[in-house]
Ligand binder design. Structure first.
Ligand code: ASP
Length: 418
């Protein structure tokens, strides 16, 4: 019954996606200054989409903080936490490095830049990445003022602080920890109920977001970058359908089709919002339908939405080869290895928000002496690539989470197969 309900919701979201693409293309072809375009598209559709995204976003900080603290407290022993934590981080780094490698392989095989005419492209302003040293990145994980981290929505700091609180709850006497645990449990229930309610609006929200995205693109820019776009989508689909299926089979021996069915609503939200963070509440719900205990999913999916970006690594790998070919920079084997390593790091450092991945790209480009201005060439179609890569980012988090739950013998098979 529950599964049927989820599936029909998934179908509605999928339908909204398709309808949104069509409506967006229709809007794109309307003449400028037309009433429909100015009023309906900007004032109604865009507003509705942004309202939906804000609604989901409003749940992220309370959900992540409460569910991680509660999750860690419920795991109950630090050894188990270490075991889940180390496995999930290994899977995240491994899949990201693999994603960057296949992207480079396919991009070298099928040169995405041939037939590319630099004059056809409008270059846009390039946003320089805010540079930070490695030591600073690590230091920044520890919040000096946790309330400020919560207020700013700094995910890594929030995760760190929530884990500390969970450990604190585990280490004190049971009669002292019981009241706070009860409060966290109630807060968690409230959060999940609200996410559930917000998700009822998902088909509408997805329709509005996708319509606006497709309406905003000029056909010319898509056409002149079509080879690059198609190759990126090909590798993203390869990672989603082939790599993850093989991983799933090897580590869980379960039917991946059941996973896909339950993942569909998450894919719809990820595609339309282009944000791993915004997809997080829905991903936690879906993982629970797949039989992953909440104490594992809340921790690993929150971490994944911040550090695991397989789709972003794919985009970065392909863009490097694309720009290297345009600027005629020869990439040696050492360069390729450097790109895999930095693309993995850059993906880890990418925030789960729209457009973040393309900014981190400058870090990779600099390393192999490709002009950073090249980013301007691909910025014009980044929103389309962002949608697809965010689905792969979020799918990677969910696949690794199910695998780790299985390896920890914590997966509920009956729920997974239902
Ligand atoms: N939008 C992506 C995400 O939220 C990050 C990126 O821009 O690559 O997962």
């Amino acid at each position: 019954m529950e599964a049927n309900k989820n599936f029909s919701q998934a179908k509605k979201i999928l339908f909204a996606l398709v309808l949104g693409c069509i409506a967006g293309l229709v809007f794109n072809n309307l003449p400028d200054n037309y009433f429909l375009k100015d009023f309906v598209l900007e004032k109604i559709i865009n507003l509705a989409g942004q309202m939906f995204v804000n609604l989901i976003k409003s749940m992220i900080v309370p959900l992540v903080f409460v569910s991680i603290a509660l999750g860690v407290a419920s795991i109950g022993n630090l050894e188990k936490l270490g075991s889940v934590g180390s496995k999930i981080v290994c899977f995240y780094l491994g899949t990201t490095a693999f994603a960057a490698s296949i992207a480079l392989f396919f991009a070298k095989l099928i040169n995405p830049a041939s037939k590319f005419y630099i004059n056809n492209i409008y270059t846009q302003q390039v946003v320089e990445m805010h540079k930070k040293s490695m030591a600073q990145i690590i230091l920044d994980i520890i919040p000096v003022n946790p309330i400020e981290s919560l207020a700013k929505g700094d995910m890594l700091q929030i995760i760190f602080f929530a884990i500390l609180i969970g450990i604190g709850i585990t280490l004190i006497d049971q009669d002292k920890s019981a009241p706070i645990k009860k409060i966290f449990e109630s807060l968690n229930e409230i959060n999940l109920k609200l996410v559930n309610l917000i998700m009822k609006l998902a088909p509408l929200g997805v329709f509005a977001l996708i319509t606006y995205t497709f309406a905003s693109f000029g056909r010319d820019i898509i056409f002149s970058l079509s080879r690059f776009l198609l190759l990126t989508y090909f590798v993203l689909i390869f990672q989603a359908l082939i790599t993850y299926s093989i991983m799933f089979k090897i580590f869980t021996r379960l039917d991946i089709k059941k996973f896909w069915k339950k993942f569909l609503p998450v894919a719809g939200i990820a595609f339309s919002s282009s944000s791993s963070n915004a997809s997080l509440p829905v991903a936690i719900e879906a993982a629970s339908n797949m039989g992953v205990p909440r104490e594992i999913s809340s921790f690993s999916l929150s971490l994944g939405s911040t550090i695991n970006m397989n789709g972003t690594a794919i985009m970065q790998g392909i863009t490097v080869v694309f720009l290297a070919s345009i600027y005629q920079v020869d990439l040696s084997l050492i360069d390729i290895i450097k790109v895999v390593l930095t693309a993995t790091l850059a993906a880890v450092g990418t925030a789960g928000v729209p457009g973040a991945g393309v900014l981190m790209l400058s870090m990779v480009l600099k390393l192999v002496s490709i002009p950073v201005e090249g980013i301007g060439l691909v910025l014009g179609i980044d929103r389309i690539i962002d949608a697809g890569r965010t689905v792969v980012n979020v799918m990677g988090d969910s696949v690794c989470t199910v695998i780790v739950a299985k390896l920890e013998n914590d997966l509920d098979y009956e729920k997974f197969n239902s």
